[in-house]
Write a protein that binds this ligand. Sequence first.
Ligand SMILES: *Cc1c(COP(=O)(O)O)cnc(C)c1O
Length: 439
Amino acid sequence: MTWVSTRGSSPAVPFIDALFGGTTPDGGLYFPDRFEPLPPASLEEIRRADLGRIGAIVGTHLLKGEITEDALEPLVRDALDFPVPLVQVTDRVWALELFHGPTLAFKDVGARVQARLLHHFTDGTPLTILVATSGDTGSAVAQAFHGVPDTRVVVLYPEGQVTDVQEAQMASLGDNITAVCVSGTFDDCQHLVKQAFADHELRQHVWLTPANSINLGRLLPQTFYYFLIAGLQSRLPGLDRRFIVSVPSGNFGNLTAGLIARRLGLEVERFVAATNVNDVVPEFLRTGRYEPRPSVRTVANAMDVGAPSNFERMRAMYGDDLDGMRRDVAGIAFDDARVVAEIRDVYRRHGYLLDPHGAIAWLGLQPLLEADRSARGVFLATAHPAKFREVVEPAIGRRVPLPPALADAIARPRSSVPLAASYPALVDLIRAGVPAARA
Ligand SMILES: *Cc1c(COP(=O)(O)O)cnc(C)c1O
């Protein structure tokens, strides 16, 4: 398989170039040149396999000739060393819980595999991962790369604008992780990072790689967990396979990965693109017009995205076939009041505690399950409810204890480097070097 641009005017490259390069030279995103379904024997094995094995099978298929299964399987097992359970919530609905990793959100999956892929494909040249964050991405990336040899992470976040937990997860690690607290906004942080990637002089001295969600190294591992649904299907003999999968979406990387999994052979009836009021994709599915707009703050803030970057990949998959996309993907959006009410209601009726993002995915399933009584649903639960205590606790009228990993992070001492929002200061910091990872 080679990797081409969604915009079609950059040369096809091997995976290693796409992995380290980030975006394509023509400003698009990397994408497989074609989708070859998994062979039937692999699909059969997947129905009995655990996540590490699934990652090895699907990953080697996607990266044929670039990494061996023997190298990939331990890499995936090391990255995904936390449970990803399918929890039954009602007789027809299961939650795929993706939030048991170190930062308690699904971004751990992509970031932890990406970190190990980068390390696998380096030749020992020290690598600097530079990333701007409004909170969640930075903490997942910092945790994912912590202690990975020959890499260091420089993560820029806006002073006073990330949560206490998020700051703890970035600034309490030390070693090869440098948290940089910028006196400015998230946009300032992102602008500084963009300047660094455009700075050829700097890049001659320092090997810089981005780690944002459009990177293939993060996208591809997200296809793995969808195949856990095949295992569920095989454990439900006699029930038909009409599964609807609802994905709480912001930048649409998660949903794109699901659509790829389906093209590789996973049997899914339909996906739901479930969003908060930042609903440009559900609007597109309704009207056929894509109109990105500034994002609005909601209780599901990891999905507050007004111009979703991976939508470009979804469009590349369907070309001009809007009806084809509509057949595969239903779009639906929910406002904050509905989300909070549903968290309370589901907790009371089913004893299951949703976070605001998972609640949107759960809500997205309901109209489709009502319309088709024989269908079953899986929703992706992307964050631990304790991560959004300020929303969840008032909704259910109870305290939600912090899991030990979070409580530990909050208790550890923190240190971040203060930085004025000025580019020369960032260059000095990057070139001055940061201690390499402990062996
Ligand atoms: C990032 C994130 C999402 C959205 O995922 P996309 O791939 O950007 O659509 C949903 N829920 C949580 C908790 C997230 O952190």
